[in-house]
Design a protein around this ligand. Sequence first.
Ligand SMILES: Cc1cc2nc3c(=O)[nH]c(=O)nc-3n(C[C@H](O)[C@H](O)[C@H](O)COP(=O)(O)O)c2cc1C
Length: 329
Amino acid sequence: MRNTFAPMEGITIYCYRNTHHKYFGEGLDYYYTPFLSVYKHHSIKKRDMREILPENNADNGLRIIPQIMANDSDEIIWALNYLHERGYDEINLNMGCPVGTVVSKNKGSGMLSDPDRLYEIFSRVFEDKITNEIKFTAKTRLGLTDPHEFENILPVLNKFPFAAVIIHPRVRTQMYKGTPDMEMFKWAYDNSTNPVGYNGNIFVPQDYDNIINNYPDLYEIMMGRGLVANPALAREIIGGKEMSLDELKGFMTDLEKNFKIEIPADESIMHKMKEIWFYVGNLLVTKDGAESEPLIHKIRTAKNIAEYRNAVRNVYRECAMKGHDNKTS
Ligand SMILES: Cc1cc2nc3c(=O)[nH]c(=O)nc-3n(C[C@H](O)[C@H](O)[C@H](O)COP(=O)(O)O)c2cc1C
């Protein structure tokens, strides 16, 4: 069973992945790229290309799985070949993105609306010899509005030899809210002919243990927000130590430096860092045991770099790491 860092558009870009791997790679086997948009005329968006360039992924031992977003068999086959030629031997298809502009083009979770069309797409893709040369996996939700839609989707996926089907057991309308539907997940786990991966709401090691105890034959556990909120989560899961404040400082400082490679404007980097603070702020309490939220709020509402730096300095000065027992899932 392997542990992976989920694709997260705007967050797990290469700068983030490299920094994360340097500090907290322990316990993680692979990092997914955020989805790469594949265009009809056979190209990948220029900005997305930077996610897969070897020089941006050169960190020792870092293993990457590119994720593509496409809903046409020719585009998918082209992208699989293109990425394979660039050294990638595993590629994932996004069948879960819930964003309106994606779904309206029948991409992401929009692909789930028509199982017959899904069958047509994969019939053509799996006829192509590239699928013998690489591992092709899918990341899917249960459906658009009703989890039982998966009863018509899984049989289609079962007709094809995916290297894995990673299931985020929510429907599109839930976005990232509500609890994963574990009843439907169990049905899928029992009935999938392909190896199954699980994704959703793993925030503390106990959440992870519950999943592997209930589903011991899983191929993969993919973690997203839990890892962004606690970058040392995978290390803790394999029995390693919790994060220290020094590690958090080192990680956040390096992250900011690495974002500079990709994002020229200081204001834009600040915006990105604020987004990360939104997640990691939960790891902290003030030294006298009070909520850190008012201090984190100052970071998130900083109007300029000077205010931002000041607010960050305050957090480092006033806060300590929360004890493990204080963390809630
Ligand atoms: C900000 C954000 C960006 C995301 N971007 C992607 C993406 O590019 N591709 C994808 O398949 N899922 C994407 N997801 C979904 C996550 O990969 C994951 O399925 C979801 O967050 C549930 O897992 P978690 O509870 O471990 O976070 C994104 C989620 C968030 C919150």
